[in-house]
Ligand binder design. Structure first.
Ligand SMILES: [Zn+2]
Length: 453
């Protein structure tokens, strides 16, 4: 086997670049941590420096996958406690799902004391190879407390990160450190940096805020009532949210807001729009998180116009659809209307809410394409289905945009980071069911092999 990650390499395999300007290619040149060329094999050979080693790969190359909503460090802590030493990605997935099924509110850490930085490091060392084995090269961690950020920074400092991390700081409102929204700016000022600070290994994303409650608990804030005149739960008032959004945006912070129901989505967009700077919100990568229950067509169009990202998780819809159908009947058929978001031209980033929901992208992408949901026989709202390739766009280009890295990640294109996955199926041609059974053969991050089957 040729030595990897050292000299220039020409990788020959069918390539699904996810680059709209050149969707298909025959070869990729990797030089250092970057892609030197992508195209027909002869073109790539001609572009290669002398001494480049040619590797003919038995599989299909796609950009490395990015989970736009994965609590990776918490997944690591759970993995550390719940998995056998030799557990593989399959066992990891199964153990996390079983744990969430047993108790959705189970604590991440079972120790009496909070995890130490050393334990957090061990957690990251445990979880990264498992995520690479699923094809992940990066995640957005959507709620990073101060100790979690310390864990990531220490891992970064020790060179122990192999997964690219975008960390969304989480000021936990209502705690002694952050009694109310007016205490948030001081906490953020202590973090060192703002949205976008860092490098491609570890970067700060927008902050995380909760607007409403959980869908399955009937707490999502809906425009049409759940029943009688009950619309759901607000965890923050519109006035407070508007004040928080204005202060954050003025200080250079974007906001990713947990907004499950259409009422929450509309009110969050009010706050975003009022806080928008002259240059628009898009540079701050503000997110609507979840947004799966009755977002109105007006809100979807408005999010697209404002450049606000829809961070969607097919896994949550899959898990919750049966319970929501019991509460809402036919209304639940439109759960997670991904087609509507895409058709409106919104930025769409796909993720899972790992480890609390299924997170293997080979299962999630087909969920969005087939709309089969847990415990229900027929597909749910098949009109909201998207194609497998559109789902992968959410995991690559879409999630790269949410990661502030659309000019370096999410596509296989000259000059981009050499983050890629080798699959044994062709995602441009195979049926969603075949994709669910795909094997990940190799994963590289920055031209270095982090997983090989
Ligand atoms: Zn989450």
């Amino acid at each position: 086997m040729p030595e990897r990650g050292v000299g220039p390499r020409i990788l020959v395999a069918p390539v699904r670049t996810m680059d709209p300007e050149q969707p298909d290619a025959e070869a990729v040149l990797v030089v250092g941590d970057r892609i030197g060329a992508v195209g027909q094999a002869d073109e790539v050979r001609a572009a290669a420096p002398s001494g480049a080693v040619e590797e003919v790969l038995d599989g299909y190359l796609v950009p490395g996958l990015i989970d736009a909503h994965a609590h990776a460090q918490r997944a690591g802590l759970k993995a550390l406690q719940l998995l056998d030493d030799d557990a593989d990605a399959e066992a990891f997935s199964a153990a996390m799902l079983a744990d969430a099924d047993a108790d959705p509110d189970a604590p991440d850490w079972l120790g009496q004391e909070p995890p130490t930085v050393k334990q957090r490091l061990a957690a990251l060392r445990r979880v990264q190879p498992l995520l690479h084995a699923m094809g992940f090269t990066g995640v957005i961690d959507p709620a990073v407390t101060v100790p979690e950020l310390e864990g990531y920074r220490e891992a970064r400092r020790l060179g122990a990160l192999t997964l690219r991390i975008v960390a969304m700081p989480y000021p936990e409102l209502g705690t002694p450190e952050v009694p109310d929204v007016d205490a948030v700016p001081a906490l953020l000022a202590g973090i060192g940096g703002t949205t976008g600070t860092g490098d491609d290994q570890l970067r700060l994303g927008p902050i995380k805020v909760y607007y409403d409650g959980e869908g399955l608990k009937g707490q999502a804030l809906l425009e049409r009532p759940w029943r009688d005149d009950y619309h759901g739960v607000r965890r923050i008032s519109p006035e407070e949210f508007a004040r928080l959004a204005a202060a954050c945006v003025a200080a250079g912070w974007g906001l990713g807001v947990h907004a499950v129901g259409g009422g929450a989505v509309a009110e969050v967009l009010d706050g975003f729009e009022a806080a928008a700077p002259p240059g628009g919100l898009e540079p701050l990568r503000c997110q609507l998180i979840h947004a799966y229950l009755e977002p109105s067509p007006e809100s979807i169009a408005r999010a697209a116009r404002l450049g606000v990202i829809a961070s969607l998780q097919p896994s949550i819809a899959w898990n919750n659809a049966a319970g929501l159908t019991a509460r809402l009947g036919e209304r639940a058929a439109e759960v997670n209307p991904v087609r509507a978001w895409l058709d409106a031209g919104a930025h769409l980033a796909f993720g899972s809410d790992a480890p609390y929901f299924p997170f293997d992208p080979r299962r999630l992408a087909p969920m969005a394409a087939i709309r089969r949901m847990r415990g229900l026989d027929a597909p749910v709202g098949p009109g909201q289905a998207i194609t497998l390739l559109e789902a992968l766009e959410g995991y690559t280009r879409g999630a790269a945009f949410a990661s502030l890295a659309e000019d370096r990640r999410g596509m296989l294109r000259e000059g981009y980071l050499a983050d890629w996955v080798l699959l044994d199926v062709d995602p441009a041609r195979c049926a969603p069911e075949a994709f669910a059974a795909a094997r990940v053969l190799r994963t590289e991050v920055g031209g270095r092999t982090v997983f090989g089957a």
